[in-house]
Design a protein around this ligand. Sequence first.
Ligand code: AMP
Ligand code: ZN
Length: 311
Amino acid sequence: MSIAPEELAAEIRAQGLIVPTAVSGVVAQGRGFAEVADALVAAIRRLTAGVGEYLRFGAVMPRDQAVAMRYFANFPQLLGSIHCFCGSDAEHRALLRAHDAGEPWADALPPVELVLTPAACYPCYAILAARGAVPAAGYRLQVDATCFRHEPSDDPARLQSFRMQEVVAIGQPDAVVSFREHWLAASADFLARLGLEGDVAPADDPFFGRAAAVMAKAQRERELKFEWRTPVSDAARPTACLSANYHLDSFAKAFGLRFDDGSHAHSACVGFGVERIALALFRTHGMVAEAWPVEVVDLLRLEGTPRADIR
Ligand code: AMP
Ligand code: ZN
């Protein structure tokens, strides 16, 4: 029942599971896909339920936090910025005149205090920093967000807007590193129970510009990032469905997350890419979720989903 990676894009479109828009990497999910994605979100929330406080973020976060985390410095090519009209009646009329005359008008929409959330854990550090000194036991969180990255592509596994769920640890270095190890293993085991075959490999982030190669090399040497990958849309280049990151004390320093003795905390996270895992499931088990192996249907609690559109 499994589908060759090269055939996945055509097949999911033919089935109406994914409906493209005019912009690469921006899609609508059909009912069958949306149900699986929602079931995955719920199953991952159950899997990680004991971790700690749960926070679901939307698609936007404070601009100054993304700046503090140096996202604009390291990944300017991926960052989405929110711009809004905040002017007067007269300025609005000038905007319309410029638009109607075919002149540039976008300057009338200056950047506001928001950017699009690049990763689910990003908005949580400032919230925790505002609570005061980091407790000796640290913090553990489950986070969930709609993320944006400006990386237009026709690969169905590379979206501009996608859902990410993460578990996050903030605390002593050895504690956050073993948290990352534990959750990478537990998450890979969850994907294996969903019938997916993949492997864990060291990885690096797509840093921008001249320093990119040096930063990526350092990230690998220090073993800061691992990914669980499986062939989704390209047999030769497996797709990362899970990432496990160790940020050292960089995010803690950006927000002043310190213990009582003044030392900075360290942080780590393990993130699930919801749409990528859903695509891997469709590729592995076929286009009709109701016909998937019973263990998978049970783990995702897919049975009994109301099918109002079936007559
Ligand atoms: P990263 O922060 O790049 O390690 O991303 C965390 C997880 O989000 C990855 O393991 C993927 O599963 C998912 N992800 C990252 N970028 C995309 C994208 N462009 N489209 C869909 N999922 C993505
Ligand atoms: Zn994270």
